[in-house]
Ligand binder design. Structure first.
Ligand SMILES: Cc1cc2nc3c(=O)[nH]c(=O)nc-3n(C[C@H](O)[C@H](O)[C@H](O)COP(=O)(O)OP(=O)(O)OC[C@H]3O[C@@H](n4cnc5c(N)ncnc54)[C@H](O)[C@@H]3O)c2cc1C
Length: 421
């Protein structure tokens, strides 16, 4: 599809990058404003949801409320699995048992609605497919191209595409991922770095049910998470694993035949779920932490991983991106309803104010947890094992794991509370 030409007098939002948070933003603002706002999502991989195959995310309650409000949740919930409890253990790889230090999920110490699971595991491909369909139905233009240059000029910003096309917008959202070229071109600094770790993602089949419980084993090389998926696959039940390993060990671990790779997974899995099978993957993902020094420049707003990257130890990157989308949709909508310029500096400042602390806090806490747990030094092991007893009684840290850390529910963006824009 090519980009529609905005009607005279209407505004246009350009979004570079068609990841899940971008699609949620596009849908939210298009639903709120209809023909008064042209919305164009530009991504070189286009409207191809297959690139998300094999990825699954822990979607926190706020993100689910947002998808519900956008009319997407009902269409995709049949593929999601509620997480009823989370169990955390800390041990060495060779330890025969993995003692539990921290459990949560049923103690109702946060502000979820009664009976609301703290998260759902959702597969990225059906979620992307549903969001893309809803975007098309709402009238969002999806353009298969990349943005090579963005030039603010007075009351507009011009995006130059790889196809040579030049699009004019009131605001350009840079949602082009962790290595955002648009962020760099706008000279927005980045604080952070890479971890000497790689995230390995795979879908594992198992013969016995997981009961909706998620497990995270803290092993010296990094956390090994087992996250429940909807039943299916050759063995009847499935889980997604996110296995953090030392970068220099990954090649050797994954070089073998599928049976050998599965044997490595089984050594870490240690749950009694019967025989295991490798249903999808493994795929490798470099791990990093980072935060943009500013979340906006002239007529440009950063969103998702382009603004912040966090370690997947608490499964919160996408949730942060969805919160960005909810906050930016609210800022843009507020401006348009008052007849203000949606790309103006006050609006972008409001957006940054709404999102910066939350993003910083998540980056800092996940980085701290990863450093604390991903090693085998005895004094640290003792300290953290003693610490976890305390942590178990600390609602603050648990809230980070369940994506509800951002402050009281009342101060979250409206869509994350399940309210209309
Ligand atoms: C191992 C692992 C496990 C994770 N697990 C979880 C989890 O359980 N829960 C959770 O909340 N988060 C999780 N995350 C984080 C999550 O994957 C990311 O935060 C999220 O996918 C970021 O989405 P995004 O759209 O910002 O970026 P991306 O998904 O990287 O999308 C960027 C898009 O921009 C496009 N693009 C690039 N350049 C251009 C350009 N010049 N012009 C136009 N488009 C461009 C790309 O094609 C791409 O589609 C995990 C991450 C990892 C690595």
């Amino acid at each position: 599809m090519t980009a529609e030409t905005p009607r005279p007098g209407s505004r246009r939002l350009l979004i570079a990058g068609g990841g899940l948070p971008s699609l949620a933003l596009a849908l939210a603002v298009k639903q709120a404003h209809g023909p008064a706002l042209a919305v164009t999502v530009i991504d070189p991989s286009g409207a191809d949801s297959a690139r998300h195959r094999g990825r699954a995310y822990a979607l926190a309650a706020g993100g689910r409320r947002m998808l519900d409000r956008l009319g997407v949740w009902d269409r995709v919930s049949g593929t999601a699995e509620p997480i009823t409890a989370m169990v955390i253990s800390d041990s060495r790889l060779a330890d025969p048992v993995r003692p539990t230090f921290l459990t949560f999920g049923q103690d109702g110490e946060d502000d979820r609605d009664e009976g609301e699971p703290f998260a759902h595991m959702i597969e990225a491909e059906p979620l992307a497919e549903t969001l893309l369909r809803a975007c098309r139905e709402a009238g969002v233009a999806l353009v298969t191209s990349g943005v090579v240059r963005a030039t603010p000029e007075g009351a507009a910003i011009h995006a130059e595409l790889t196809t040579g096309e030049r699009l004019r917008g009131d605001l350009l959202v840079a949602a082009d991922g962790a290595r955002s070229r648009l962020r760099e071109a706008a000279r927005i600094g980045w604080v952070g770095g890479s971890y000497p770790q790689v995230g390995i993602v795979a879908t594992i089949g198992h013969a016995r049910p997981h009961g909706g419980r998620a497990f995270e084993h803290f092993l010296p090389a990094g956390p090994f998470a087992i996250l429940p998926l909807r039943d299916g696959g050759v063995l009847g039940h499935r889980s997604s694993i996110v296995w953090t390993e030392r970068a220099d060990a990954v090649d050797a671990l994954l070089a073998g035949e599928p049976d050998e790779v599965l044997a490595e997974i089984e050594r870490r899995f240690t749950l009694d779920l019967g025989p295991l099978s490798l249903e999808h993957g493994p795929s490798r993902h470099p791990l990093a932490v980072g935060l943009a020094r500013r979340f906006y420049a002239e007529r440009l707003a950063l969103l998702g991983d382009a603004a912040h990257v966090v370690h997947p130890i608490a499964g919160q990157g996408l949730n942060l991106g969805l919160a960005d989308a909810a906050a930016l949709a609210e800022a843009v909508t507020g401006a348009l309803r008052l007849g203000l310029d949606p790309g103006g500096p006050d609006i972008l400042r409001d957006y940054e104010r709404a999102r910066r602390f939350d993003s910083f806090a998540m980056a800092a806490v996940t980085d701290g947890l990863n450093r604390l747990f991903s090693n085998d030094a005895l004094p640290l092991r003792l300290a953290r094992d003693l610490g976890l007893g305390i942590v178990d009684r600390l609602p603050g840290l648990k809230r980070f794991f369940i994506g509800e850390a951002a402050a009281a529910r009342g101060s979250r963006p409206r869509l994350m509370r399940g309210e209309a824009l």
